[in-house]
Design a protein around this ligand. Sequence first.
Ligand SMILES: NC(=O)c1ccc[n+]([C@@H]2O[C@H](COP(=O)([O-])OP(=O)(O)OC[C@H]3O[C@@H](n4cnc5c(N)ncnc54)[C@H](O)[C@@H]3O)[C@@H](O)[C@H]2O)c1
Length: 217
Amino acid sequence: MDAKEISKAVIKRLPRYYRYLGELMEEKVERISSNDLSKKMHVTASQIRQDLNNFGGFGQQGYGYNVEYLYTEIGKILGLDTIHPMIILGAGNLGQALANYGDFEKRGFRLVGIFDINPVLEGISVRGIEIRMINSLPEFIRENQVEIAILTLPKNKAKEMAKVLIDNGIKAIWNFAHTDLDAPEDVIVENVHLSESLMALSYNLSQYRNEHKENKE
Ligand SMILES: NC(=O)c1ccc[n+]([C@@H]2O[C@H](COP(=O)([O-])OP(=O)(O)OC[C@H]3O[C@@H](n4cnc5c(N)ncnc54)[C@H](O)[C@@H]3O)[C@@H](O)[C@H]2O)c1
């Protein structure tokens, strides 16, 4: 299975397959046809077959897909079969909200540390994890073999702190600060912009309203 050849569009769709298959497992469904999965996910059955064919299909003619097997294999492709220790940098509103969301752990993303520069926050516990000051960061990353860092600090501090993280061995950054980071090729950066999603929502809302206005006229 060569993940390099899989298109980014397919990779983007895998978490959604993973989520639906997880729900099917909770409902004790053992197998599902591409048609039934298609109805559930509102994606065409041919799209599902095409996507899953990238990984050798997993399906059998007349049987459909074995839910648990497919769930496990997609999990492996997404790297969810290993534990990823991660830290949060910036224990403000967003940092603490993410720290409080325990469900990431179910997917193997284990929050091990939260860091800030504000001494008022030092020692405060968020979901059992105490907020530490930034001076203990390098040693902490080394000792806990941290590979993922979540950046939830002010935009003007993000580049500087990303460099500190990378110099200390961080391999992936989940960046919420609204700025592009300078990272070498071997460091993966995933930018998250909730406002872009909100703008897409706003666009779709206006489109819907315009179409319905036209229909009424
Ligand atoms: N991408 C998104 O969708 C999205 C959504 C909301 C907020 N944000 C961004 O996330 C960031 C955090 O937002 P917030 O509302 O939690 O802000 P906040 O002010 O509540 O928290 C920021 C925290 O970062 C700390 N900090 C400052 N410099 C630091 C440093 N060098 N190292 C460690 N910690 C440091 C501050 O002390 C503070 O506790 C902002 O940049 C904001 O624009 C992004």
